[in-house]
Design a protein around this ligand. Structure first.
Ligand SMILES: [Zn+2]
Length: 284
């Protein structure tokens, strides 16, 4: 008995001696090459459009809904389910009618998303690399770059975009601030996961709340002309955490021009032309 015990403890002891030798930590070369691999391998990003959008990881659509509308009217059985609608929009458990007019997110049921897909309505998919930013608006013309303008520093790029164009997250991050920022107008301020901060400014309306985690391609608002602005455009600005202005144009790599082109074609032809979801915002 004693012998057996001693043998067992000897085995156990030698295991503790041997194990650390076997489980050698990864060499720095391995760590770096895995990191490089992650940065280089493409990931698929979905881009929101007018008919199908993302919020809190759900597919659906933002709708402007009047106070006192019945939830059963918004969430028709084939489109979305009421408990999920309540959860996403922070409504109380027993609520049957909306208590205030405003923007609400209508999450779609999987079978409804399938029906939309069958009729050709879905989000555009693009392949991007880890650190690559998605062009944030359906507009291609940069009307003002980073640099001196009229005796002061212009801290971002201005991209001409028709009022109401969809503005999407350029990269993943957390929303730090939403609202009127004087000269910037209605703005969304995002702390990006890569350590930079981004401003999406002169919006007509923000579609995110403080604390929301946003994905690349997720709608953050619609563009406009609020604040000190001479025409409808998106002002997109990137800074370091210390406030140093970076040039957003350095964050978009080729082939973003192709992405833009296909996004524009998609937006104008396949997605919106003659097609409607059953829940366009103006109907509610
Ligand atoms: Zn600007």
């Amino acid at each position: 008995m004693m012998v057996a015990k001693r043998t067992a403890s000897t085995i156990l002891l030698s295991w503790f001696v041997i194990y650390p030798l076997l489980a050698t930590p990864q060499s720095s070369w391995q760590v770096m090459s895995e990191r490089a691999q992650a940065l280089l391998s493409p990931i698929e990003v979905e881009i929101d459009n007018r008919l199908i959008q993302t919020y809190q990881g759900y597919a659906g659509v933002w709708a402007n809904v009047a106070s006192a509308t019945a939830l059963s009217r918004i969430c028709k059985t084939a489109i979305c389910d009421v408990p999920l609608f309540k959860q996403i929009n922070d409504l109380s458990h027993d609520q049957k009618y909306l208590r205030k007019t405003g923007l609400y997110f209508v999450p779609f049921l999987a079978k409804y998303i399938e029906r939309l897909r069958e009729s050709g309505i879905e989000r555009q998919h693009v392949q991007l690399k880890q650190g690559q930013y998605l062009w944030p608006v359906t507009g291609i013309r940069i009307t003002s770059r980073v640099g001196n303008r009229w005796g002061r520093i212009h801290g971002g790029i201005d991209v001409a975009a028709a009022r109401g164009s969809i503005v999407v997250g350029a990269t993943e991050g957390t929303v730090l601030m939403v609202g009127d920022q004087g000269a910037y107008g209605q703005s969304v301020f995002v702390e990006n996961n890569d350590g930079t901060v981004a401003w999406y400014a002169h919006l007509t309306e923000p579609y995110v709340k403080v604390g929301d985690k946003i994905q690349r391609g997720q709608i953050v608002g619609v563009s406009g002309n609020t604040g000190r602005s001479t025409g409808p455009h998106l002002h997109f600005e990137i800074r370091t955490q210390q406030g140093i202005i970076l040039d957003p144009e350095h964050f978009f790599f080729m082939p973003f021009a192709e992405h833009l082109k296909s996004a524009q074609d998609y937006e104008s032809e396949s997605a919106t032309k003659g097609k409607k979801t059953e829940l366009p915002s103006h109907k509610l």
